[in-house]
Design a binder for this molecule. Structure first.
Ligand SMILES: Nc1ncnc2c1ncn2[C@@H]1O[C@H](COP(=O)(O)OP(=O)(O)OP(=O)(O)O)[C@@H](O)[C@H]1O
Ligand SMILES: [Mg+2]
Length: 144
């Protein structure tokens, strides 16, 4: 299984479970200490994908949208920091959240609405683009 290659080619998910499964598969292949920039309109599957990542690292806690807290930290075989920047207006506001202080190796920082904090996003980084392409078909494309 080469999930990274599959995502680079553009993966088409036909149901939420498939999006979760590909997130879980990526979790197994992903190098430690990376930022995943998850771009895409509302409801395209970013949080669903993060749910899969969490499962891949043995995180049992339910992953929900961190809209109120802006970010949530989950500890499993890897630390997952799920950050939803939707309600931020500037990259400067991300600095105030002190997320860097929680990037304890091995970690993955998964960011929804990364465009909002483009100047702030830590490296190294993988960029994933989510879109709706059909009835319940959601596409996920990886661009490094
Ligand atoms: N193939 C699919 N992949 C992902 N989600 C799907 C798919 N088909 C249907 N869905 C549904 O689409 C919704 C995706 O919601 P999700 O919260 O993951 O989106 P999001 O990109 O995080 O949105 P937001 O920007 O509002 O946070 C869920 O209700 C999910 O069940
Ligand atoms: Mg979301």
């Amino acid at each position: 299984m080469d999930t990274i290659k599959e995502l680079k080619a553009g993966f088409v998910s036909r149901r939420a479970e498939d999006t979760e499964a590909v997130g879980e598969a990526l979790a197994r292949e992903l190098a430690p200490d990376v930022t995943l920039a998850l771009s895409g309109q509302l409801g395209t599957g970013k949080t669903t994908f993060v749910r899969g990542l969490a499962r891949g690292w043995g995180i049992r806690k339910a992953v929900t949208s961190p809209t109120f807290n802006l970010y949530t930290i989950y500890d499993g075989s890897r630390r997952l920091i799920h950050f939803d920047a939707y309600r931020l207006n500037t990259s400067g506001q991300a600095d105030d959240l002190l997320i860097e202080d929680f990037l304890r190796s091995p970690y993955c920082l998964a960011v929804e609405w990364p465009e909002k904090v483009a100047d702030w996003l830590p490296s190294p980084r993988l960029n994933l683009f989510f879109s709706i392409v059909g009835e319940s078909e959601h596409a996920i494309q990886l661009r490094e």
